[in-house]
Design a protein around this ligand. Structure first.
Ligand code: BGC
Ligand code: BGC
Length: 838
């Protein structure tokens, strides 16, 4: 079968190649040759529409080349104003994960609407003789309208996979569309149709399943939910949004699960696994497709004409618009963020140029004028964009805030009806891996302890792409209307006549009849979630020890694991009586107690439903051994299977486990907290940037070191302000100190007006060791990254008690100092060693 397909594929190629292709022999073309005829077809579900074509042609006839080029460009609201849109006639804006109206995390629905109106009006302003063309406004509404405070947060996609319920997905899409539209936004960058094959990829949670068949089913459901069903009056009406199938193609197939990496797979694998969601999405009328950041066999997708034009647009008949990803065009060879004719020529119709839009506009205009981008290509791209806008009714709907759905936004955003769908989704997506002795479901009339760092933590249960890009630095109060998992238990147990207490560290006041330990991954997005193996929080067994301690006290333990992906959990599964994979359930934490508790009369209220959409690993090494729990596994309460003791060999040797990492990619690593301390001692969290201490003495901003926003820049506006990293429990670094280990800071000095700079460690109240860095830093070139190491021995000599370090890193500097830091870790590999004071 395979052989004959191969032979057929060769028919249209040149004779030399065709001769090399005989039955059973691979074609002689290279690994990235594409054979469009071998790909599945799709059917664009819109009949030829003469009226639409007439409107597009009439409008284009009046447009200047400048206006046409403007349509091709999408800018981010942090870097573009309505006046810019009025002048440059940009086709679209977006709000990236960290971009809010007025830069405010807590922006209200009214503020979102006002922002959208202002941009809309600018795009419709004809006062300087321009054509009125309503703009598209895109946002990552990827698990609900997750950038808006108070919106319903649905479980992340990897959770939804285990529900195996396309009708649920359709309802989630519809609810998400309504909430998004209510805030004045008409385009969602969803659904993600990745088919993640290696869950070390940090974005695995954005994919529904490793199984292409499930992704294909869900593609139809989510596109229909977001846009409405083609051919019905609901299709792209005022309560729906444009959907975006992303990221085309094989974002989930990159080598070693590396974000934005290279999918080194055959064309057959591309077609049979990674393409699975696209034909159904196109059949369902998806209006936009986003090109992937990633490459296929070395060619960046944002420059791959064979796949974008020949396969997606021609073979699959996709007639909507192809948008690039966030400056993804800048990674195409020969391109820059502000200049990339190659992407347009490959078939991308609109480039996402968040901060680079102005330069991109100028360069693209010049390239159209000089013919580097052919006129026909420009016109095709513009026509596609305009068709999408007409189909979406944007020319006729008026200002975003005047839409009926926007007028009743308060009843739509975070509505009880939407929350009910989300809660059902939580119930349906829980997967029961172990239930020895039938400990579940729990009797709600007993005394129940809810422990663990996820017990009362809505941010942890929601994951990345939540209120900000990474989903970090958030408190429960940032989620009005939401419920933590623990709060859900407390409410239901109380109502049933039992009692419950939430104690994250597990130190209860009354000995419980049973403990539920909720724990899991810290939120992350994109590359920040990439990991080298499937170990959970390497080097930090805090939560495992908590489970063991409670068990040791004779308390049955139910482990509830919050994660975007399956990780190696054999030790935790062994330690607990029952183990539930709860994924990232979102704002309706009560859905967990709905399933884990019996009804007050003792009967079962909701059985467990979820079946694994990602195989659960038996070791921490990807691809090693058979899965511990195969795809489709999941117990119900009717099963009486006993899970016997699992192997506790992770397959990862000790030296691969990073210990002594404190700050990485600009953030405190798991188990540590990062604070900025003002001149008079008031501290604020360093989890989110930008941030400034309340007294204004110390300012922090995000900056790029090796990747996007993987470093932080600190500016001192006054003396005596500090940075500090705190450990959850004191560290014993005595062994490392004796072993000549250094505290290594990867830094860049931008300004150093005084030599008053020190680094230190603290060991409880009134215990610390500080070492001066002034002389060393003064010798460093400005603006260059360097690794500076301070021998732990120096810190010991300076007074630190290395057996009890509770602050493994503290840093102070004088007014005017400007230093960037990307990483703080123990190590031996450095560029500069600081001399100890004698
Ligand atoms: C994300 C954006 C985010 C930005 C932060 C991008 O890669 O996709 O949504 O706001 O990084 O700079
Ligand atoms: C992500 C996309 C997202 C876009 C806009 C990119 O970094 O890869 O998935 O839609 O930013 O935030």
């Amino acid at each position: 079968m395979r052989a004959s397909v191969r032979r057929l594929r060769c028919v249209p190629t040149v004779l030399a190649v065709a001769l090399a292709c005989t039955v059973g022999v691979a074609c002689a073309d290279d690994a990235s040759t594409v054979h469009p005829d071998s790909w599945p077809r799709a059917t664009w579900p819109f009949p030829k529409d003469a009226v639409l074509e007439q409107r597009v042609a009439a409008l284009m006839a009046k447009m200047t080349v400048e206006e046409k080029v403007g349509q091709l460009i999408q800018a981010d609201i942090l870097s573009v104003t309505p006046d810019d849109v009025r002048k440059y006639r940009l086709g679209a804006i977006l709000a990236g994960g960290n971009s809010k109206p007025n830069g405010q995390l807590t922006a209200t629905v009214a503020q979102w609407q006002a922002l959208s109106d202002a941009f809309y009006r600018a795009s419709m302003d004809t006062s300087s003789g321009h054509q009125a063309i309503p703009l598209l406004f895109g946002i990552d509404a990827v698990h609900g309208h997750n950038n808006a405070v108070g919106a319903t947060l649905f479980p992340q996609n990897s959770a939804l996979g285990s529900a195996h319920d396309p009708e649920l997905i359709r309802q989630i899409g519809e609810a998400t569309a309504a909430e998004t539209r209510a805030t004045g936004i008409n385009w969602s960058f969803a659904p993600t149709l990745a088919v993640p094959q290696d869950v070390r990829w940090g974005r695995s949670y954005e994919g529904y399943s490793q199984d292409p068949k499930l992704v294909a089913q869900y593609a139809t459901a989510m596109v229909e939910g977001l846009q409405g069903k083609v051919g019905t009056p609901q299709f792209l009406d005022g309560a729906h949004v444009l959907a975006s199938a992303k990221h085309f193609i094989a974002d989930g197939g990159t080598k070693n699960g590396k974000d934005q990496g290279d999918a080194q797979v055959s064309e057959a694998t591309l077609r049979e696994i990674h393409a699975a969601g696209y034909p159904p999405a196109i059949d369902a009328g998806v209006q936009t497709v986003m090109a992937s950041f990633s490459s296929w066999n070395g060619t960046k997708m944002s420059g791959n004409k064979a796949l974008i034009t020949d396969v997606l647009k021609q073979r699959m008949d996709f007639q909507g618009l192809v948008v690039g990803d966030w400056n993804s065009h800048g990674q195409v060879p020969g391109c820059a963020n502000d200049d990339c004719p190659a992407s347009f020529n490959a078939g991308l119709d609109m480039l996402m140029a968040p901060d680079s839009w102005r330069g991109l506009y100028e360069h693209t205009l010049a390239e159209v004028k000089s013919g580097v981008i052919p006129q026909a290509r420009l016109d095709d791209a513009v026509a596609r964009i305009l068709r999408v806008k007409f189909r979406a009714g944007l020319f006729d709907q008026g200002a975003p805030s005047t839409q009926p759905i926007a007028q009743k936004a308060a009843d739509v955003v975070g509505s009880p009806a939407h929350r009910a769908i989300a809660r059902r989704a939580v119930r349906e997506s829980l997967v029961l891996l172990k239930n020895n002795g039938g400990v579940l479901p729990l009797d709600p009339r007993k005394h129940i302890l809810i422990a663990g760092d996820g017990a009362d933590n809505i941010s942890r249960q929601s994951g990345g792409w939540t209120l900000n890009w990474q989903g970090t630095g958030l408190k429960n109060e940032n989620f009005p209307g939401a419920q933590s998992i623990g709060a859900g238990f407390v409410e239901q147990v109380k109502a049933a006549g039992g009692s419950a207490e939430i104690e994250t560290d597990g130190h209860f006041t009354t000995k419980p009849d049973v403990a539920v330990v909720v724990f899991g991954e810290d939120p992350y997005a994109e590359f920040q979630g990439d990991i080298p193996n499937l170990l959970f929080h390497p080097g930090d067994d805090h939560e495992l020890e908590l489970i063991r301690r409670l068990r040791g006290q004779g308390i049955p333990v139910v482990a509830v694991f919050l994660s975007g992906r399956p990780l190696w959990m054999n030790r935790e599964i062994n330690a607990a009586d029952a183990f539930v994979a709860a994924w990232l359930p979102g704002s309706e934490g009560g859905g967990v107690a709905d399933v884990l508790l019996r009804k007050r009369d003792g009967s079962i209220g909701n059985d467990v439903h979820g079946k694994l959409a990602y195989a659960w690993p038996s070791t921490a090494v990807v691809g090693q051994g058979k899965p511990q729990f195969a795809l489709g596994y999941g117990l119900t309460y009717a099963d009486h299977a006993q899970v016997t003791k699992l192997s506790e060999t992770s397959g990862i040797s000790g030296e691969q486990i990073p210990v002594g990492n404190y700050l990485d990619r600009g953030k405190a690593v798991h188990g540590y907290t990062f604070t900025l301390i003002g001149a008079r001692g008031a501290s604020i969290t360093g989890d989110v940037s930008p941030a400034t201490t309340t007294d204004g003495a110390l300012h922090m901003a995000a900056l790029d070191y090796k990747a996007q926003e993987d470093a932080r820049r600190f500016t001192w506006a006054a003396d005596n302000a500090q940075l500090a990293i705190h450990a959850r429990a004191p560290l014993d670094l005595d062994r490392e100190t004796n072993g000549d280990v250094l505290l290594v800071t990867t830094l860049r000095v931008d300004a150093l007006p005084t030599q008053d700079v020190w680094v230190g460690m603290a060991c409880g109240a009134h215990c610390q060791g500080h070492v001066s860095l002034g002389k060393t830093l003064a010798t460093l070139p400005r603006g260059q990254w360097t690794r500076v190491g301070v021998p732990l021995k120096c810190l010991r000599t300076a007074g630190a008690d290395m057996h009890h370090i509770d602050q493994p890193f503290a840093w102070g500097a004088g007014k005017g100092t400007d230093i960037a830091i990307a990483r703080v870790a123990l190590g031996t590999d450095v560029d500069q060693v600081v001399e100890c004071a004698k």
